[in-house]
Design a protein around this ligand. Structure first.
Ligand SMILES: *Cc1c(COP(=O)(O)O)cnc(C)c1O
Length: 449
């Protein structure tokens, strides 16, 4: 078996996600044979540093032996069991631990299968709660410009991703979208905090006017990942928590990408010292091993649904793999690593090293900004640094970085013209230096004409 034969077999039968399949004529896919820590290895023996954590899911390296063992032990004992009327230890242990480590007040755990389903669960639960509270008029959701919450219809409806959404507009419900606190657009000399506060005015105005019909605000705390690692200051979350309390609106924190240490704290909400009404977690939850998600909420919300069967107040949502036992066991192994090793502290060093290794990027004539929040670092390529005029999307400059990086042994997958690092936490300072070198040369190549 080699790369070429696998590519051929793949193209004959497969349809890949987030891809124009014809692109594979120009940008061939890479068949991966095995993973080892921060490395991926293809069938021709080439190795690649996985700088994007395989779409942000991997946190402790590929084929991590501790997690792999926990998974093997669980499948030998009980792979899964119906989670309605039945329960099992991995699900209970995971819920207990999540309640302990998430912001205080998130005391109930509802399992889902992937990130999108956790978002759907939060949206449905919020609307349903308001009906139970005799406020059926609260049906609308407020979202942020450039927000991303998944691809299923409800999750897509609350996302602001034009191209990905437009063909399905007839399947979507209307949402109210406010300008993002994305600090890329701050004025010269303006701090992240000042800009995030300034942008909060839009949110305040909308909630003040529309709160009677608003069920919830949904956002990604601190970093809007999918739309280009767009970052903002925690003060926006602190202010939003106050505003939602003042007007009786739910706050849904989608920590699917930013949770489990990505932003420098275990959860991004910690930096604003807030507890959302609903929190969605997935991706890092299972360290990149299995799909699993959780939606956590407050006891008061749970109690609104708790009544005699005949009152018909139950929350009837389910998936075949709700409470997936093997997934829960893998998540427990993941949390154990967080408990036993100083991951967050080590990440601070790694984050510092990422900043140092890329400090010179900001001087590049076609890099408008290098921004960082914890273990996420992004460089924005532009045509004109002064006006921040971006490149024509048709030029696909990010793909040039992608191609170059692959040829040098790194998986860097820019989001449009944003080149970013979001590596597994087992990366070493030397590997970061190598990535920085590859990214720097890739940016030079991609911007040279
Ligand atoms: C990835 C992601 C989702 C969707 O998760 P899936 O597992 O892909 O369905 C939702 N929200 C955010 C912020 C994400 O990054």
């Amino acid at each position: 078996m080699n790369n070429a034969t696998l590519k051929e077999r793949d193209l004959a039968v497969l349809w890949h996600p987030c891809s124009q399949m014809k692109d594979y004529e120009k940008y061939p896919m890479t068949p991966i044979k095995k993973g080892d820590g921060v490395y991926l290895e293809d069938f021709d023996g080439n190795r690649y540093i996985d700088a994007v954590s395989s779409w942000w899911v991997n946190i402790f390296g590929h084929a991590n032996p501790t997690i792999a063992q926990a998974m093997k032990d669980q499948v030998d004992q009980l792979e899964h069991v119906i989670f309605s009327g039945f329960t099992h230890e991995p699900a209970i242990e995971l819920a207990e631990n999540l309640v302990k480590i998430t912001p205080p007040g998130l005391d109930r755990v509802f399992y889902g299968e992937n990130g999108s389903s956790a978002v759907e669960i939060a949206l449905k639960m919020s609307i349903h709660y308001w009906q139970l509270m005799d406020k059926p008029e609260k049906t609308q959701f407020v979202t942020l410009e450039n927000g991303y919450h998944g691809e299923t219809t409800g999750a897509l409806a609350v996302s602001d991703v034009g191209l990905y959404k437009e063909p399905y507009e007839t399947m979507m419900f209307d949402v109210m979208t406010v300008p993002s606190p994305d600090c890329y657009y701050r004025e010269e000399g303006e701090s992240w905090e000042e800009y995030s506060r300034r942008q909060f005015v839009h949110m305040r105005k909308l909630i003040e006017e529309k709160h009677e019909t608003v069920a919830a605000v949904i956002l990604e705390p601190l970093v809007q990942c999918a739309t280009g690692m767009r970052m903002y200051h925690p003060v926006y979350l602190t202010e939003l928590r106050k505003l939602c309390d003042e007007y009786g609106v739910h706050l849904i924190a989608d920590e699917i990408a930013v949770g489990f240490g990505r932003t420098g704290t275990l959860f991004a909400c910690e930096q604003a010292d807030i507890t959302p009404d609903f929190m969605c977690l997935s991706k890092g939850l299972t360290a990149g091993f299995l799909p699993l998600s959780v939606m956590m909420t407050r006891e008061e919300i749970f109690e609104a649904f708790y009544d005699d069967y005949e009152t018909l107040k139950a929350f009837l949502h389910s998936h075949s793999y709700t409470g997936y036992a093997t997934g829960c066991a893998v998540a427990n192994a993941t949390l154990k690593i967080f408990r036993e090793q100083p991951i967050i502290e080590n990440n601070q060093e790694l984050a510092k090293h990422m900043a140092q290794a890329t400090a010179h990027f900001a001087d590049h004539p076609n890099v408008a900004e290098v921004r960082q929040t914890g273990m996420i670092l992004a460089a924005e390529m532009v045509q004109d640094k002064k006006t921040r005029q971006g490149y024509d999307w048709k030029e696909r400059r990010g793909m040039r970085v992608y191609e170059y990086a692959l040829s040098r042994g790194a998986l860097l997958r820019p989001l449009g013209n944003v080149v970013y690092f979001m590596p597994p936490y087992v990366i070493t300072p030397e590997e970061i230096d190598k990535l920085a070198d590859i990214a720097w040369k890739g940016i030079q190549l991609a911007t040279k004409d």
